[in-house]
Design a protein around this ligand. Structure first.
Ligand code: BMA
Length: 327
């Protein structure tokens, strides 16, 4: 039996400048900024595509650029990507929680985001070269579905998208395949929420896009624990097979990161850490994880891929149920 220690070695280290971005930094009037997609641009600078909630409660996306990914942010003077409910009625209540994948084959960034309307949250996709103009594909996964990212390359000839549809049996992570980014099929269960008292019972979802390592796709996912005083959002870690990403190789039992700092514990929604993006340092090991804190600000934590994999080797296992009927 594993003996749990009350002490633990943190795998993600919070940046001392946290929170690195909040509403007071914005060049126009907003309520809050959180849950940002992240990527490195060709010149090595960092771009965050931030979810900005306006003072009606509706969200849009706004780009912030920085040379070092920590400070000196240049924020677009007006919204970068606004909901367009006339053409895209699925965006009537806003667009949220973007994830960015640079796709070398397309030489473009693919942004997947939540589009929110009467039918609930759905998944939309847009392509961009520069985060100034976007080619919108509209909704690609019907509601209720969210927490999506595209893998950066084809798997066996097909694009692969991780997402989180709601089912009668809970909210689990699925992967689907497409020949053209528009038509999706070959749906596979990728990782299921546990049950009962677990920290990741009933509802999980992908956090940032997976990190490709030589051992497999390293995936941070969030687990949502419902408590009498609200939900607790925490992060777990799992590893999936490179050429068959629905196959879980390792999954940790305990969460590796949860709300502890003041700016994570208290905000518009208390007790939330919600990463949507990461960038990789030139050393190929240090990842900068950008996360929304309490739905009010953006914070940064750093981790080493090697340490994350070592932790999974020491603490991970994987019980697999992968077919629709297996739930
Ligand atoms: C989730 C998403 C996130 C949000 C979190 C906490 O369901 O909607 O955008 O940060 O809830 O409110």
């Amino acid at each position: 039996m594993t003996v749990l220690s009350t002490q633990y070695e943190p795998l993600l280290l919070r940046h001392p400048a946290n929170p690195i971005l909040s509403s007071k930094d914005w060049p126009y009037s907003i309520n809050s900024v959180f849950n940002a997609g992240a990527t490195l641009l060709a010149d090595g600078s960092t771009l965050l595509l931030c979810r900005v909630e306006d003072r009606r409660g509706l969200s849009h996306l706004c780009a912030a650029r920085s040379k070092n990914g920590v400070d000196g942010w240049e924020i677009d003077k007006e919204p970068t990507l606004m909901p367009s409910p006339k053409e895209y009625p699925e965006e009537i209540w806003g667009i949220e929680d973007p994830r960015i994948t640079y796709v070398p084959e397309l030489q473009q960034y693919v942004v997947t985001y939540t589009s929110y309307a009467r039918g609930g949250p759905g998944v939309s996709l847009a392509l961009t070269k520069d985060f100034r103009s976007f080619e919108r594909y509209g909704v690609i996964m019907s509601p209720d579905d969210k927490d999506t990212a595209l893998l950066p390359r084809r798997i066996d000839g097909y694009w692969a998208l991780i997402h989180r549809p709601m089912t009668a049996l809970g909210a689990h992570m699925w992967i689907s395949y497409s020949p053209d980014l528009r038509h999706w099929g070959r749906h596979r269960l990728m990782l299921e929420a546990r049950r009962g008292a677990w920290w990741d019972a009933n509802k999980i979802g992908l956090s940032p896009p997976p990190i490709e390592t030589d051992r497999g796709w390293l995936v941070f996912y969030h687990g949502v624990r419902h408590t009498p005083s609200g939900c607790l959002y925490r992060l777990g870690l799992a590893l999936f097979e490179l050429e068959k990403p629905e196959k879980c190789l390792l999954r940790g039992d305990s969460w590796i990161f949860g709300p502890e700092a003041e700016y994570e514990l208290h905000g518009d929604v208390d007790d939330v850490v919600f990463p949507c993006g990461y960038t990789m340092n030139p050393d190929g090991d240090t990842v900068n994880i950008y996360y929304g804190a309490a739905d009010c600000s953006i914070a940064l934590a750093r981790a080493s891929v090697r340490s994350l994999l070592d932790w999974l080797d020491a603490n991970g296992s994987c019980e697999r149920r992968q077919r629709i009927g297996d739930l």
